[in-house]
Design a protein around this ligand. Sequence first.
Ligand code: ZN
Length: 461
Amino acid sequence: MSVDTVIQGGTVVTADDTIEASVAIDEGEIVAVGSRAAMPDAENSVDASGLLVMPGVVDPHVHVDDMFSVDSYETATAAAALGGTTTYIDFAWQAWVGELSIFDAEGTLLEGIERKREKGESALVDYGLHGAITRETQGVLDELPDVLNAGVTSIKMFTAYEHGLSNGFMNRVFKRLADLDGVAVLHTEDPSVCDDLTERFQEEGKGDPEWYPRSRPDYAEAMAAEDAVRMATEAGCRYYGIHTSCRKSAAVLADFREQYGSDMVRAETCTHYTTLTDDVYEELGNKPMIAPPIREQDDVEAMFEHLSRGSLDVVSTDHCGYKTESKDVENWWESTFGANGLQVSLPIFHDAAVNDRGFSYPFLVRTMSRNPARIFGLSKKGAITPGMDADIVLFDPTETYTVTAADNASEADFSIYEGREVTGRVKKTFSRGELVADDGEIVGTPGHGEFVPREIPNWSV
Ligand SMILES: [Zn+2]
C-alpha cells in the first residue's frame, strides 16, 4: 500500500502526551500514527525534524464577511491557515434591521446559513456555523429543528446590543434547544448597566479609550452570565459561555458547572483575555475595543487558573476583521467593537501559556483543538489519530519572531499584538492532507475549504 504523504521525524502532540512518531495521510485522512519503520510508502515525505506535529487549531468563535468583519472567506481563511487554524466556526445570522445591521429586511436562520455557505465557497480551510438569533419571533423557534438538521447544532444569543434578547425569550429558546439537544452559546453583558454607564460617560465627555472598559464592567458580565446559565440549566439546555473575560464571570460559570456537571456547562476565554491588560487602551487607543473589554492582570490570572482546572475549556479568538479607519474616531463609542486575531492566536497563546507559564503542549492541544472540536460536534477534527481529517500544523517551538500587521492576510490592517516578540511559529498547515500554508506563504487553493455539518455533540466524554 502506498499513501499520499508521510510526515516524519517530528513530535506528535496529543491531548495527553507528546510522542516521537510519524503520521501517514491518505485521501485527506490520517491513516497511521507510529514509528517511521511502520509507515507505508508515500508519494510525499515531509520532514518534521525539530517540529511539533499538532492537530490544527479549531477556533469556535470567528466573525467573517458581515457587519462584524470586513474579511471575506478567502482572507479570513488565509489568516487562519497561516496561523495553524484549520477549522473555524462563524455565525449564520437571523437578519434584522437596525443601526448595527447590514440587512435591509428581517430574515430567517436558514437563510443566514445559505448566505454564509455561499460566501464560504472561497474558503481555504474548513468552517462551521453557529445560528445567531437576533429577533424574538415564533418563526425562529419553529425553524430550530431544521437549523440543527442542517449541521448547525449550536445557537448564539446576545443579552446586549440592539440584537440582544430579553430573558423571557431566551428562556423559551433554552427550553426549545433542550428538547432538540442543541447547544446554547451566550454573549453575556447586562445591557441596562452597560448602556447607562455609556450614556453617563457620553454626557460627561469621557470619550478617551481608557474609559471604555469602565463602561462594561466585569460585574455586568457576571450578572448576565448568571441569569443566562441559570435559565439554561433550569431548562436542561447545554450552555457554552463565550469570551469569558474576567474572574467574576468565570466564577459564576464554574459554580454552575460544579452544580450541574460538565455535560451541561462549558465555556471559553479568548487569546486576548489571557495575554493583554487594560493598559492597551492607553497604548493602542480604540484598536483593542472588544466586548467584553480587556480586563486587569488579576483577570488574566483567573483565566489561566480556570483553564488549568478545566472550568474554562477553550481559547478562541473572537476574530473581527476591522480596518484602522473604523477605530480612528474621536470618542470610543463611535468605534467598531472587535479586533482581528486569527493569524496569531496559536503563537501568541503558546508563548504566553507554554513559554511564560510552563503549561504543556498537550494543554495547548486540549484548549485550542480537542476541546472545541468535541464541544461543537466536529467528530473528525481536533486530534491526530487514524480516521481523523488530516488537519495538521507543523510548529517550531523555538523560532522567535515579531508580530506585525504588515504580515496580515486578513483585511484588517492592524494588530493588537503589534511589536510583540514571540517564540514559536507555524511552519506548515495541512487541511485534509493538502498543504495550504508553507512558511508564511499561502499555497492552498481557495475553494478547498468546506462547510462542515456538525453533529449533536456528546459532552459526557
Ligand atoms: Zn464574537
